[in-house]
Design a binder for this molecule. Structure first.
Ligand code: ZN
Length: 190
């Protein structure tokens, strides 16, 4: 499977959305942010429209931030301390100028990246979300139980019993496998 076979999908929190651009990280890493143009598409679809062409350095910054978010999230899930380097990356980006909103004519607002610092402000928004998310202690930040998936999600459902990054991606895959094993006489938990 190549990056072009996959589309961006979203984990429900901006910072987790960024970590979802690296799929199957434990078994067959597939990076949807392979080029600066991929990052441009991601920022436009996840944060706000980005104008000019992005650079390799923008991409490197985004990947560094993504890995810090993922490392921080897995530490929180494991109940261990978030490392100093990870915190420093997240806190540094969170301190940069964030995007700003403008008022619409009737209802709603539009979000805009900072002119002249578009990528910086997009990544600041990601980092601010990560700082808030990783400060929570409600047990709703989880690793998907899908085999080989490794995506992290935040369970905002009312019952709080979600186990998959998404039912479509991993829930159905696991349920179908369990059904097949049952039908074929195997034990469902093997
Ligand atoms: Zn999954």
């Amino acid at each position: 499977m190549t990056a072009s076979d996959l589309e961006f999908q979203f984990g429900g929190r901006l910072s987790l959305d960024l970590t979802w651009t690296l799929r199957y990280r434990a078994v067959a890493p597939t990076d949807l942010l392979a080029t600066p143009a991929d990052l441009s598409s991601w920022i436009t679809s996840s944060v706000a429209p980005v104008g000019g062409p992005l650079t390799a350095s923008d991409l490197a910054s985004a990947v560094e931030l993504r890995e810090a978010v993922y490392a921080g999230a897995t530490s929180r899930i494991a109940g261990t301390a978030v490392g100093r380097d990870v915190r420093s990356t997240l806190n540094d980006w969170a301190a940069r100028p964030a995007p700003f909103s403008s008022l619409g004519a009737r209802t709603g607002t539009s979000l805009h990246l900072r002119p002249g610092a578009e990528v910086e402000s997009a990544l600041a928004a990601v980092a601010l979300d990560a700082v808030e998310l990783l400060s929570l202690d409600d047990g709703r930040l989880r690793l998907c139980e899908g085999p080989g998936c490794s995506l992290v999600f935040y369970d905002s459902s009312r019952p709080g019993t979600r186990r998959w990054c998404s039912t479509e991606r991993c829930g159905n895959r696991v349920n179908t496998a369990t059904y097949r094993r049952r039908r074929d006489g195997g034990h469902p938990n093997k």
